[in-house]
Design a protein around this ligand. Structure first.
Ligand SMILES: NC(=O)c1ccc[n+]([C@@H]2O[C@H](COP(=O)([O-])OP(=O)(O)OC[C@H]3O[C@@H](n4cnc5c(N)ncnc54)[C@H](OP(=O)(O)O)[C@@H]3O)[C@@H](O)[C@H]2O)c1
Length: 283
């Protein structure tokens, strides 16, 4: 029986590669995106390789968009095996400069968007007594990063939600998995939204500069490619002995290893040295 997968945010990066990887491995994949004008590349590959991909519009910020698209897929397929919650972006800036509206918008996409999609698939997954929900979190779902408090809070929320619903859904055969990449070479950093109140003469501008330089320098050896994350997602889905969390990247592994082995205070110092003093996450 063909397995049916839905991916959010398939227009670029991890979502794009995950949609292709699932389709190349036999999943009928609904590659969803909020702006269908961005579907040209995936459409071309789909046609060239004759992949089982359907591209549909889905903006995770809107309940109607999520529900309509999921209903369309259920009407067509009568089942959904896998949901990949991938859509997301980073709102950067000091907490002082981030407005409440910007913070709410960050949660609208990164947290409530995930909730909407999960609520959309749960009735059918429960009925079919099977389902895999993959939430693309981040190493930032486990550790704080300065000037990224909004993004980090949204990923911590995703982690808490995932760990809470996993036991809730176990008896219905539904698995909930978290993917925790470090820095990934996608368009993510180009798509960062800066807090509107941030300006070059902000009191946080020197720290902002250091953080951006810290991330840019870690884009070298230690960052992963979107393909590597997509490969991890595929392996996680087909893994019979599923883990709860899959960490991707040398940087993420180093950060989480240190998080486990250090006191809170020592870890704060290590993160400062890694990012602000630019010693790197892998030393
Ligand atoms: N890159 C990293 O370093 C990194 C590290 C850890 C975790 N992640 C996570 O990985 C996921 C994918 O990011 P990426 O690296 O692939 O970045 P990306 O290339 O910027 O892709 C983000 C995707 O999310 C989509 N998106 C944003 N808001 C949306 C909305 N309201 N509804 C539907 N789609 C929306 C974007 O669509 P548009 O093209 O229309 O904007 C795009 O397809 C995110 O959840 C991110 O937090 C990334």
């Amino acid at each position: 029986m063909t397995r049916i997968a839905i991916v959010t945010g398939s227009s670029s990066g991890i979502g794009y590669e995950t949609s292709l990887s699932l389709a190349r491995n036999g999943f009928k994949t609904y590659a969803t995106m909020r702006n269908l004008d961005k579907s040209k590349m995936i459409n071309e590959i789909k046609d060239k390789e004759k992949l089982p991909i359907q591209i549909l519009e889905l903006d995770v910020d809107y309940e109607q968009s999520v529900n309509q698209t999921i209903k369309h897929i259920i009407d067509e397929e009568k089942k959904i095996d896998v949901l990949i919650n991938n859509a997301g972006y980073d709102l950067a800036g000091s907490l002082e400069e981030i407005s409440i509206d910007e913070l709410k918008a960050q949660f609208e996409t990164n947290f409530f968007g995930v909730v909407r999609a999960i609520k959309g698939v749960l009735p059918i997954m429960r009925e079919q007594n099977y389902g895999i929900i993959v939430n693309v979190s981040s190493v930032g779902g486990k550790v704080g990063i300065p000037l990224n408090s909004a993004y980090i809070a949204s990923k911590f929320a995703m982690e808490g939600l995932s760990d809470s619903i996993r036991p809730e859904l176990q008896e219905f055969g539904i698995k909930v998995i978290l993917i925790e990449p470090g820095v990934v070479r996608s368009s993510f950093f180009e798509n960062v939204k800066m807090a509107k109140n941030f300006s070059p003469d902000s009191p946080y501008s020197s720290l902002t500069q250091k953080i951006f330089t810290g991330f840019t320098s870690s884009m070298g050896d230690t960052a992963s490619s979107p393909k590597e994350v997509a490969q991890t997602i595929l392996s996680a889905i087909i893994d019979d002995n599923k883990e709860i969390r899959y960490v991707v990247g040398k940087d993420a592994n180093s950060i989480l290893e240190n998080r486990k082995n250090m006191s809170d205070k020592d870890f704060d110092g290590w993160m400062k040295e890694s990012l602000i003093d630019q010693k790197g996450f892998v030393r």
